[in-house]
Every structure is written in structure tokens, then in C-alpha cells.
Design a protein. Sequence first.
Length: 210
Amino acid sequence: MSVGILGTKVGMTQVFDDAGAAIPVTVVQAGPCTVTQIKTIQTDGYSAIQLAYGEVKAKALNKPMLGHLAKSSAPPLRHLEEYRAESTDEYSLGQQISADIFDAGQLVDVVGTSIGRGFAGNQKRNNFSRGPMSHGSKNHREPGSIGAGTTPGRVYPGKRMAGRLGGKRITVRKLKIVRVDAERNLLLIRGAIPGKSGALVNILPAKEVK
């Protein structure tokens, strides 16, 4: 299968290879996801499947969402994601997609939301250097000048300044799956992935980047 899967970041640990070398890995609870919609070229103009993940109480969803999920006899699920597929013949409504669609050694792209760090200054956000720390400098962490005066008489767009740091959609490409635990629906992915523990992640087969 060429589709991806939704999951939850559990945390980081390390495993050891046959040579005894430590490999840092991120543990992801991948699925199980339920197929809640199948799109075909005849009905929608393209082929895709929609997966749902993250069981919640029914009162957490509105009636249109509950009605949509009822078509596939799925329980109340919070997150929906669509995946393009060359053919949808092998899928059916209500089918369960689990971690066993991936293999150890496979490369994947992981999409998540990076950890939000609130309002940050230039040193933390943009890696700027600090001012003099001697007595009386009065310029330890201040941003300093942001442009000339009369010409151009304004601040150019894109000027790096203080602002919100993190909390953005991040894609980390070509991470290797070290181990697949099909019984517990766990994926051990080499390296770090976006987000904090408990965050939603989207795992896709790696695309060739030209």
C-alpha cells in the first residue's frame, strides 16, 4: 500500500543494532485508522481514501461529523486525513489500516506541528548575537536598529524580529523505520520528529525529492 497513516508521538528512546551501536529512535503509536471515505475517478475526479484516527466521546463531535463516520460504521474519531492512491480497489469502508503497512528499513516522511515556544526575542528566535554585557551598555538583549531613517523611511517586509516561535507545520523527510511492532501498532523511527509527546503526526512513504 502506498498510503500513509495517522499516529501519536509517544516519545524517544534508543535501540541497539547487531553491532551494539545505539540508535536514537522516536516511538509512534501508528493507527489503527479506519477508512471512512473512498474517492474514485468516476465520482470525484481522482483516487484517494480518507482515514480517521483518534477515538473520542461522541459529544466531542458535531452531528455532521458523526453522520459522516456512521457511513463506515466507525466510532467517533477526531482526526481525518486524505491520501491519494493509484487505485482504491483494495480498500473498503470501515477497513482498518495499521502499522503493518510499513516495513523495517523503509524511508518515510513525517508531518507534525513543532513545539510552540510562545513569544520569543531575536536571540532565541533568530539566533542573533547579544549586545555588550559591560556596565552601562543598556543593550544586552535589545533588537537594535531595524533600518535606516529617511531612506527608505520604512521597514522592509520580512525583517527578522521578535515574534511567535514554533507551533508550525513541519515535514521531516526520509527518516528510516528501524522497527515495526505490528501487535502493538508501534513504529520506531530513527531520529527526531516534530511535536511533543502525545502530538498527532502523519506518516507517509518518502517521496523522491529532485
